[in-house]
Design a protein around this ligand. Structure first.
Ligand SMILES: Cc1ncc(COP(=O)(O)O)c(C=O)c1O
Length: 380
């Protein structure tokens, strides 16, 4: 059995948060925020009431700019490239909405692309085309290279870690292939940032605060290379200002005028906590938690794990034995055993899933005892 590395991280993560009411194995849906993040969000709201919303925002601007800088660093870009948004989906809608590619422009995607992403692409008039992948949905770089050469799409959009399956795409190889072909690569890192390495050379990366970074809900980010940004048209942009918007960083044109600024402050703190924990150590413990989960659950009560044992993520998905209802199982686990997991429906990735899956996604504070408890409950 796998032993979990960096127990100190588990302890400090647990001690930094309110006590969980049960066993929380659901970080791919939404992680538990730390006390410091919760306090920072509440303090910002109080500050707004004391000095005024816009004055409080101005007072927080230096912190937010530091946050843009470290967030950008995690995806290999600079502070000027970061726009805070309201969610991962909002980021993608802004990106494709403002890019205004000609109707019917083709976008390379993998077979397991997240349903909301496909909806945003098609809603913007774009045509997803499926790139070659293996039986688990991981991109086949040689096959992708062939498509990019023979029939290049306008851009490639890849979800680095999926919502319905804990596999990681070969992001670095894809970035190199896209760069060589002169095609922009957009990475959805909603399930990846704070979980696996996202500094891979993509042109655009976007995601959300609430999952592996354990920040507040209702906050997301869109990180754009200046060359991609130059192809977008902001709704309200520099051309409307007498000074040509000279002092405004290019990505800021894509932030909402009004927003949950306290949530952004909370995300910045959560990123600081992630950096203080050490991203490499966090990744190593999360990968070991994934392996420990799969070791315990595969075959239990007839449930079967989709991911290879050593997949370096903390997301495990299980297919149900014949006749067992996945949603009812998630409810039973919560109500009878106080174990929180997700029942993920087939609609999330209709071209890849054949039915719903049970998703287990522990964060750093999970223990072997938690996973054993789930294994026993699942068999029951
Ligand atoms: C891989 C992936 N992309 C995008 C999203 C959408 O994120 P949001 O709910 O922040 O729009 C999710 C949400 O679960 C996701 O898992």
């Amino acid at each position: 059995m796998t032993t979990l590395p960096h127990d100190d991280l588990g302890t400090s993560w647990r001690n930094a948060r309110p006590r969980a009411a049960g066993v929380h194995l659901d970080s791919a849906a939404c992680s538990r925020q730390s006390g410091a993040v919760l306090d920072a969000v509440a303090r910002h709201a109080r500050h707004e009431a004391e000095i005024g919303g816009y004055a409080a925002e101005a007072a927080a601007e230096e912190l937010l700019q530091q946050g843009r800088s470290v967030l950008a660093g995690l995806v290999g870009r600079a502070a000027a490239d970061v726009a805070f948004t309201e969610s991962a989906s909002a980021s993608l809608r802004t990106l494709v909405g403002r890019w205004r590619l000609p109707p019917g422009s083709r976008v390379g995607v993998l077979p397991g692309e997240y349903w909301h992403n496909l909806a945003a692409l098609t809603d913007a008039g774009l045509t997803p085309v499926v790139l070659p992948a293996d039986e688990l949905g991981r991109a086949d770089p040689a096959g992708v290279a062939r498509v990019l050469r023979a029939d290049p799409p306008a851009l490639v959009h890849v979800t680095l870690v999926a919502s319905h399956r804990g596999v990681v795409q070969p992001g670095r190889e894809l970035a190199e292939l896209c760069r060589a072909a002169g095609i922009p690569l957009v990475l959805d890192v909603a399930q990846a940032l704070g979980h696996v390495d996202c500094d891979l050379g993509a042109d655009v990366a976007y995601g959300t605060s609430r999952k592996w970074l354990a920040g507040p809900r209702g906050v997301g980010f869109l990180v754009l290379a200046p060359a991609e940004s130059a192809q977008l048209t902001p709704l309200v942009g520099p051309h409307l200002f007498d000074d040509g918007g000279a002092d405004t960083d290019h990505a800021r044109w894509y932030e909402s005028h009004d927003a949950h600024i306290g949530g952004r402050v909370g995300l910045v703190l959560a990123i600081g906590e992630h950096l203080a924990a050490g991203p490499d150590r966090v990744r190593a413990r999360l990968a070991a938690l994934g392996r420990a989960t799969r070791e315990r659950l595969d075959g239990r009560g007839g449930w079967s794990v989709a991911e290879p044992l050593d997949t370096p993520t903390a997301i495990t998905t299980l297919q149900a034995p014949d006749g067992v209802d996945v949603r009812a199982t998630a409810v039973r686990l919560r109500e009878e055993h106080r174990v929180l997991v997700t029942a993920a429906g087939r609609e999330r990735a209709p071209a890849e899933l054949t039915g719903p899956v049970l998703r287990v996604s522990p964060h750093l504070d999970a223990t072997e005892d938690h996973l054993d408890a789930l294994a026993v409950a699942l068999a029951g």
